[in-house]
Each structure stands twice: as C-alpha cells, then as structure tokens.
Design a protein around this ligand. Structure first.
Ligand SMILES: NC(=O)c1ccc[n+]([C@@H]2O[C@H](COP(=O)([O-])OP(=O)(O)OC[C@H]3O[C@@H](n4cnc5c(N)ncnc54)[C@H](OP(=O)(O)O)[C@@H]3O)[C@@H](O)[C@H]2O)c1
Length: 334
C-alpha cells in the first residue's frame, strides 16, 4: 500500500524513547516483530530532559521515526507529592524529543498522551474532541497539563511545518513489566498481587477500597503496541487517536476476574467508607476502529499472563516484602 509505505517504510529505523517502560518495551517488541530496527538509549546514556544532548543524538542517528513513550508517570500519591517534577520533567522531555526530532529532520513521530488528561467530567464514552473542554482531575493536573502541552506541540509542528507527527491517547494499560509495588501500582497489578498473596496465606477476605461500582477500561499493552505501529503506518491527522478496547467493566467484576484467575477462594469485601473516584471512564474508540484495529487479548488471558509474571517475580524475590496495608488498590487507575 503506497500511502502506508510513505508514512513508515518497511525496515524504517525507529527510536523508541522510554524503551524500558511498560509501553516502550511493548512497542520495541512489536516493531522488532514487524522487522524494524529499533534505536534505544537508557536514561543513564541520554537524559531526555537534556535538550542539547537529545538534539545531538537525534541529529547523529537520524531515525526514520520516533515513538515518544518516555515520561514521568505515577499514581495519585506521586502526582500530588511531586507536581513540579510531573509538570517540568514531562514538558522538558517533550520539548527535547519533539523539537529535537524536527530539527534533525525526523519525518515521523508518535506521541503518547493518556486518557487521564481528558476533563474529569467528560461525557462517556470519551471522544477525542473532549480534550480541553472542561476542568481536569485536580490530583493529576500538573501531569495532565504537561501532556496536553505535548498534544498541542505535536499539532503545532503539523500546522506550522507540515510534520507528520501524531498523538495517541491510551486507556488504562497492563501487561508484561507491570509494576506490583502496592504504593505506586495501578489497580490491576495491585489486585493480582493482593489476591495472590491472600490465596497463598489462606486469608479469608480481601478488602478493597470503595463500593466496586466504578467502571473502568483496561487494555493489554501488546494491543496498544499494535495500535501504535498501525498509527505510524497509516494515520496522519491533527486529532489524537484514542486507544482502548471499547468496553469497560466494574471494579467489582475486575476483582472477581482477578480472584478467579488467581484461584482465591475467600471473600471479597468492600470498604465503602473509602472514596470511589469517577463513576465511569471509557474511551470512544470509533476513530481507531475505523482504521481496522481491534484488541486481540482478552482480559482474562492478559490477567493470567501478568499473574504468571508476578509469581515468577515473587518467587525470585527472596526479601518477599509484605504489602503496605495503607496502599490498598483503588479505582483511580491512571
Ligand atoms: N501505563 C498506563 O496505564 C498508561 C496509560 C495511558 C498512557 N500512558 C502513557 O504512556 C507513556 C509511557 O508510560 P509507561 O506506563 O510505559 O511508563 P513507565 O513504565 O514509567 O516508563 C516510562 C519510561 O520513560 C523513561 N524516562 C522517564 N524519564 C526519562 C528521562 N528523563 N530520560 C530518559 N528516559 C526517561 C523511563 O526510564 P527509566 O526506566 O530509566 O525510569 C521509562 O523507561 C506515558 O506517556 C504515559 O502517559 C500510560
């Protein structure tokens, strides 16, 4: 297909910024499987906040495309404790990488936004044009504003220079390389760890925050990576593109799925004195579906895979640190 070849030629060399992260590592796996040479740099080798060093490296290597999956990412606690770093690190990374790529003549770039940068009360399912139409979730406002600046930066390079730079807006992700630290993890890996530990210790009940009624959407990161390469090959327009599975479920259903996969036989309790968060967060994925993409990994299969990963990690962790009871998983997934 000539149009697709023009946007991301076969064998194009792609720089994946943030290749050790949940998203970046999945994108590297996918690009490699599709036959693309991938360029990477660890943070120690190249701090992407350093604009001069990043520009020099991009000038020297001149990749055919860049996927910007490097970011300072964290949960509610980290976001509210370090808003300065969440704002400034992300702004600096974006400025370095997007401006550096353009200066080096890199023709193609995909920026990763996030569903959590849409307005707190956006109509559901959330369409891409809901961006900038209302107040943000206050707990991650600094992070969201930085990421919104990245979306506008990408659009500005398109408008002013005609650059084929685009943005994707992924929903809550999970998958290989997930973070199981209960103080900082997202809801899904936290549930896997808690049910697994309860099953192994024979605990009669696992108590979770809230009522279990909020609805959330979850996508396996390998499905996101497939969407990223599709967008690189075939999407070239101003508007960001939502990436989600198009279906949500309640946190209660999620907990039941995870406990079933893990084989936990005790009760699931709900501490309704704890906050619930937004009642629903689901992306409208019609734009991406119109490009022919569909998610491939069923939630139960993905949870089973991540559970196996957690078991391997827990078995290899001689210290076996106990979960922090003050850091119960909530529905406030990023
Ligand atoms: N995870 C989700 O559920 C989710 C959902 C929607 C959108 N997203 C978006 O996807 C992107 C990636 O998220 P993620 O979950 O993959 O995050 P992650 O696992 O924390 O990975 C982020 C990566 O960025 C790198 N990085 C951070 N600061 C850097 C710097 N100054 N210089 C060089 N590298 C730096 C990190 O390097 P180190 O390994 O050295 O720390 C890490 O490899 C973000 O833009 C996020 O908003 C994620």
């Amino acid at each position: 297909m000539p149009f697709m070849t023009e946007l991301l030629p076969d064998g194009a060399r792609v720089f994946v910024a943030g290749h050790r992260g949940l998203v970046g590592s999945a994108v590297v796996r996918r690009l490699t499987a599709e036959g693309h040479p991938v360029l990477v740099r660890t943070r120690a080798e190249l701090d992407l906040r350093d604009a001069a060093a990043t520009a020099a490296w991009l000038r020297q290597t001149r990749p055919d495309a860049v996927v910007l999956a490097a970011a300072r990412v964290g949960g509610i606690m980290a976001n509210s404790t370090y808003p300065v770093q969440f704002l400034e690190d992300n702004l600096r990374i974006q400025l370095s990488v997007v401006a550096g790529a353009h200066a080096a003549g890199v023709p193609r770039l995909l920026f990763l936004g996030s569903s959590c940068i849409y307005p707190k009360f956006a109509p559901q399912p959330i369409r891409e044009d809901a961006l900038l139409t209302g107040p943000l979730e206050p707990t991650n406002e600094a992070y969201a504003l930085a990421k919104i600046a990245g979306i506008v930066q990408v659009q500005s390079y398109r408008r002013q220079y005609g650059a084929a730079y685009v943005s994707a807006m992924p929903t809550n992700l999970y998958g290989p390389g997930d973070n199981f630290d209960l103080a900082t993890s997202h809801v899904l890996p936290a549930l896997i760890r808690r049910f697994d530990e309860a099953e192994r210790s024979g605990a009669p009940e696992v108590t979770l925050w809230g009522s279990g009624t909020p609805r959330r959407e979850f996508l396996h990161v390998d499905d996101l990576a497939a969407a990223c390469t599709l967008l690189l090959r075939s999407y070239d327009a101003d508007e960001p593109v939502n990436v989600g599975c198009g279906e949500d479920l309640t946190i209660r259903e999620l907990a039941e799925t995870v406990s079933g996969v893990v084989g936990y036989r005790g009760r699931i309790g709900w501490d309704t004195a704890k906050p619930d968060g937004t009642p629903r967060k689901l992306l409208d994925v019609s734009r991406l579906f119109a490009l022919g993409w569909r998610p491939r990994i069923a939630l139960r299969d993905g949870v089973a895979q991540v559970h196996r990963q957690w078991r391997a990690q827990a078995a290899g962790d001689a210290a076996g640190s106990a979960p922090d009871p003050g850091a119960e998983p909530t529905a406030a997934a990023h």
